[in-house]
Design a protein around this ligand. Structure first.
Ligand SMILES: NC(=O)c1ccc[n+]([C@@H]2O[C@H](COP(=O)([O-])OP(=O)(O)OC[C@H]3O[C@@H](n4cnc5c(N)ncnc54)[C@H](OP(=O)(O)O)[C@@H]3O)[C@@H](O)[C@H]2O)c1
Length: 351
């Protein structure tokens, strides 16, 4: 029998992408599609790609606790409460928000509040999983995810940036990592706002959130843990680009003496040789966001600038795919003991 799953926050962009993916998954049934202000509304009034009479449910923790797995695709505030409640009841959870991605000190520093469920946050030393939340970055943490009950799905920018940086971390000069990243507007969620209005976004390109964007802390912490060394502070600047989907992270770092272009390419190629969702491109070719639309893929490439002794790493993904719902489903497959790629093998839509 198929596993019964719930999606909380199904009226949002991450949640509805999950709904699209889980509806097509051969081993999962969507039992609950819960929303907040949209509870009681038909799904197809918001999302015409999913026609039919289905209606958003109200959020009912007791009902959700009886399911085989719950995806949380809400802001981190409600996810902290519901995620902790479900985890304590033993219900497997994959949380797309930032509620459980950081140790308590990092959470307080970057989110400005004490963590209300410190016993579920990852440890400062990088240990995670088990009773605590696992950082769900399967290419680097799949064994931890398999044994976890609560999975913190990485942020969209951290997923792209870390895909390129983690395998190369041993080659860098500490303190030199700079990340310049761009996302389509769906990265900001479904809620309308003045800055996301078509008339403002169309034809525009703007930076935001620098220098203290919250994903900086997540990237620094997990780059140190997964890259195996503390590389010091990271500079990170996100930008908003006038497209609905897609995210590109361009990262720069100084290379240690003696590191060659072959060392860089070998490190990336060997890290991802057996990974179904990560494509390492040849040096001199650059990933396109458009090529990943609707898929769970990431494409990454690196070139070495011998003049500056810096590497330039670019990684592209669909922010709602590998950056959110696709990766969440990859983690759910691992949690439920299914093949990790189930329901995720569609390639991107192009052009
Ligand atoms: N968008 C991305 O590219 C992306 C990528 C990675 C991670 N994420 C993370 O995923 C989560 C969802 O993001 P999103 O972009 O899908 O946001 P969104 O489009 O704004 O949707 C938010 C969802 O949360 C629900 N919600 C809002 N306030 C709530 C509350 N107090 N209690 C319960 N539910 C509430 C909303 O319900 P109603 O609409 O019914 O009010 C909606 O279903 C966020 O934590 C975000 O940081 C997003």
């Amino acid at each position: 029998m198929a596993h019964q799953v719930g999606i909380v926050g199904a009226s949002g962009y991450g949640g509805v992408e999950l709904l699209r993916l889980v509806d097509a998954h051969p081993a999962l049934d969507v039992a609950v599609v819960a929303a907040h202000s949209q509870a009681g509304e038909r799904v197809d009034t918001l999302f015409p790609n999913l026609p039919g009479p289905r209606v958003f449910d109200a959020i009912d923790a007791a009902q959700l606790a009886g399911l085989d797995l719950v995806f949380l695709a809400t802001p981190h505030g409600p996810a902290l409460e519901l995620g902790a409640d479900l985890a304590r009841r033993g219900t497997p959870v994959v949380d797309l928000s930032a509620a459980f991605r950081l140790p308590v000190d990092g959470f307080a520093r970057w989110y400005g509040e004490e963590h209300p469920a410190p016993e579920l946050a990852p440890h400062a030393d990088g240990s995670h999983g088990g009773e605590r939340a696992a950082y769900g970055f399967p290419e680097h943490t799949r064994d931890v995810v398999r044994g976890a009950r609560l999975v913190a799905n990485p942020g969209c920018y951290p997923t792209a940036a870390l895909t390129g940086l983690v395998p190369l971390a041993p080659l860098f000069v500490p303190g030199t990592v700079v990340i310049d990243a761009k996302s389509g507007t769906s990265g900001a969620g479904r809620a309308a706002s003045d800055t996301l209005h078509f008339s403002h976004v169309h034809g525009d390109l703007v930076a935001y959130g620098a220098p203290g964007h919250r994903h900086t802390g997540e990237i620094e912490h997990w780059l140190a843990v997964l890259g195996g060394r503390d590389l010091g502070p990271v500079s990170f600047t996100p930008h908003l680009v006038p497209m609905a989907r897609g995210l590109l992270a361009t990262s720069y770092a100084g290379l240690a003496d003696g590191v060659t272009a072959d060392d860089v390419q070998d490190a990336l190629a060997s890290a991802y040789a057996d990974e179904p969702f990560v494509a390492v491109l040849p040096p001199g070719t650059f990933p396109h966001t458009k090529a990943l639309a609707g898929s769970n893929g990431v494409q990454v490439s690196a070139v070495v600038d011998e003049r500056t002794r810096r590497v330039v790493v670019t990684a592209a993904e669909d922010n709602l795919g590998k950056g959110a719902a696709g990766q969440a489903l990859q983690n759910a497959n691992l949690l439920l003991g299914l093949d990790e790629t189930t329901g995720l093998t569609a390639i991107g839509v192009y052009p």
